[in-house]
Ligand binder design. Structure first.
Ligand SMILES: Nc1ncnc2c1ncn2[C@@H]1O[C@H](COP(=O)(O)OP(=O)(O)OP(=O)(O)O)[C@@H](O)[C@H]1O
Ligand SMILES: [Mg+2]
Length: 325
């Protein structure tokens, strides 16, 4: 069942010099998906999320979220979804402790008594807030406030959760616990999640699908695996060998995933530069390391390119039909 099914969503902000924040966006998301919305600052991610959560009315377009009409039943949508904005911590009550904030909200989300206590304990533990449960929100760090805002929204146990940059202020530990929580919500409870992030690695780890927004337009929506596969076509591993190294005889067949090998003099130096083009960097890299070691070659530098958001956009903007082979 599609929990999100919208067509032609368009939004312009301002009347004097209107900026098109969203242009004609169609989006369909099946239940149980973790969808990552990626795009540069100002691409329209937050605008789209607010619209899907029933907080912002489109200028044009229509559709349904959880079966409710986007235009006529936005109230019901707002009551049925969770949304955690990057500024959600602003809404915390500073006259209540961390725990009291959650106790206050629990009945509003329909949680009472022992059930509420269990859920609050679980969220405090999982988000690393147990030590701070009796602290005041203004006395905890920005990242801890963000975790508290997340805990508050997740009290609701909704089937559809929107997370706008859920890990942006968090330290490594916080990133790990929030990512695990997101994955568990999805796998154990079947919650559908739409999140935004600027971290490609996060999208790759968590999301089953990725949608790319660029200047208000949805330029690509694909399964993460298919997208990453299409991006991973022929990427270089470079190995620079020290001065005086003999040119080794190399064949791509020596390395799993490799398609081509170039050997030339390193620019400006007297060393040798090997470039191994691979369609499967994770398999090729260890074989290259093993080769270099077994030949006793002296390596000056070895680099293998990692995907960046820039690559995603460069490749995603290619004409239709060139990818998804
Ligand atoms: N309330 C507003 N009034 C006027 N313009 C707005 C408003 N909110 C957003 N915009 C504009 O709409 C466009 C899309 O903004 P949006 O916040 O959706 O981007 P985003 O993809 O979430 O970016 P970021 O990665 O920075 O969070 C931008 O050009 C932004 O300046
Ligand atoms: Mg945003």
């Amino acid at each position: 069942m599609a929990v999100i099914d919208v067509m032609g969503l368009t939004k312009k902000y301002g009347s004097r010099h209107p900026t098109a924040a969203l242009r004609d966006v169609d989006l369909r998301v099946e239940e149980g998906t973790v969808l990552g919305l990626l795009g540069e600052n100002g691409a329209g991610k937050t605008t789209l999320i607010k619209m899907l959560a029933g907080l912002l009315v489109p200028d044009h377009g229509s559709g349904r979220v959880l079966g409710y009409d986007l235009l006529r039943e936005s109230r019901a949508i707002r009551a049925s979804v969770s949304l955690v904005a990057p500024t959600a911590d602003v809404g915390l009550d500073n006259n209540l402790t961390v725990r009291q904030n959650l106790v206050f909200w629990a009945p509003i989300y329909g949680l009472y008594g022992a059930h509420a206590r269990r859920r609050i304990d679980e969220l405090l533990d999982r988000l690393g807030l147990r030590e701070k449960e009796h602290a005041w929100p203004m006395h905890i760090s920005a990242g801890q406030r963000q975790r508290l805002a997340l805990a508050r929204s997740l009290l609701a146990e909704n089937r559809l959760v929107f997370l706008d940059e859920p890990t942006n202020k968090l330290d490594a530990e916080g990133v790990r616990s929030v990512r695990t929580l997101i994955a568990d919500l999805n796998r154990q409870h079947g919650v559908t999640i739409v999140l935004t992030t600027h971290v490609m690695e996060e999208a790759e780890e968590l999301c089953t699908e990725i949608a790319l927004l660029h200047a208000g337009a949805l330029i690509r929506h694909a399964e993460t695996r298919a997208l990453v596969r299409s991006l991973n076509e022929e990427r270089p591993i470079e190995v620079e060998l020290a001065q005086g190294s003999a040119m080794p005889a190399l064949r791509p067949q020596s390395f799993p995933g490799a398609v081509r090998v170039d050997v030339k003099r390193a620019s400006g130096g007297s060393g040798v530069l090997l470039t191994i083009w691979s369609r499967d960097i994770p398999s090729t890299t260890p074989a290259v390391v093993e080769f270099v070691r077994s030949q006793g070659l002296e390596v000056r530098r070895m680099t293998s390119e990692r995907l960046t958001l820039d690559d995603v956009f460069r490749l995603a903007a290619r004409p239709v039909g060139e990818d998804d082979r």
